[in-house]
Design a binder for this molecule. Structure first.
Ligand code: AP5
Ligand code: MG
Length: 198
């Protein structure tokens, strides 16, 4: 299956995409992880991309599209994947449509994790605290100030895609305020129903 998972920063996209990917036997493609890896490896105009991410703004489309396309065309993604963090604006959604049309494949569903913005600060603050305690690297954008900018970018650039995918009857919305297991269960139900209808 070819799936997209959407939701504001801290909604649980990465957590849930990892679980779904292992259940469905498809790779989890996170644009944020791919960008963080590229910055860490110094393979991108590292400081430029790293600085943009640390401000909570969107990285330029041409860079993200290239990095995601490289990963999405790898052999293990030929039968499907779950895209997390991409597309993030109309330009990227159109690029994804064009890539699918070229390959003669279709998007099966867009999974939206709906969660009240008030819980997001606590979630990313907790993640940062956990990483600090474990002696692991803390994401440069996991601060309340940068989170606010990420939420603004989500509202401005990404949320409009929800209407687009609703109009195409691809959107499945789950309640992201429930426990991690409960959210997974809702997503599995949604994906199973879509799979049956294929
Ligand atoms: P990206 O890495 O995509 O980050 P994000 O969208 O800001 O979201 P997060 O990864 O912080 O949250 P998540 O929804 O994955 O939640 P998670 O599962 O981690 O993007 C980072 C940056 O890269 C962007 O700002 C931009 O600069 C750039 N970028 C990426 N893609 C781009 C693109 N396409 N175009 C341009 N720029 C791009 O969960 C969060 C925390 O909550 C965890 O601690 C988790 O344990 C906890 N949690 C999860 N679910 C629950 C639950 N149900 N109950 C309680 N706690 C929960
Ligand atoms: Mg994530």
């Amino acid at each position: 299956m070819r799936l997209v998972i959407m939701g504001p920063p801290g909604a649980g996209k990465g957590t849930q995409a990892t679980r779904l990917a292992s259940r469905l036997g498809i790779p989890h493609l996170s644009s944020g992880e791919l960008l963080r890896d590229a910055v860490a490896a110094g393979s991108e105009p590292g400081t430029l991309v790293g600085e943009i991410m640390a401000r909570g703004e969107l990285v330029p489309d041409d860079i993200v599209k290239r990095i995601v396309a490289e990963r999405a065309t790898a052999a293990d993604a030929s039968d499907g994947f779950i895209l997390d963090g991409f597309p993030r604006n109309i330009e990227q959604a159109e690029a994804l449509d064009r890539a699918f049309a070229t390959r003669g494949v279709e998007l099966d569903a867009v999974l939206r994790i709906d969660v009240d913005e008030s819980v997001l600060v606590d979630r990313v603050t907790e993640r940062a605290d956990r990483a600090r305690t474990a002696g692991e690297p803390v994401r440069s954008d996991d601060t309340p100030e940068v989170l606010r900018e990420r939420i603004r970018a989500y509202r401005r650039e990404t949320a409009p895609l929800l209407d687009l995918y609703t109009a195409r009857d691809l959107l499945e919305t789950v309640d992201g305020s429930r426990s991690i297991d409960e959210v997974t269960a809702q997503l599995v139900d949604a994906v199973t129903a879509r799979n049956r209808a294929r």
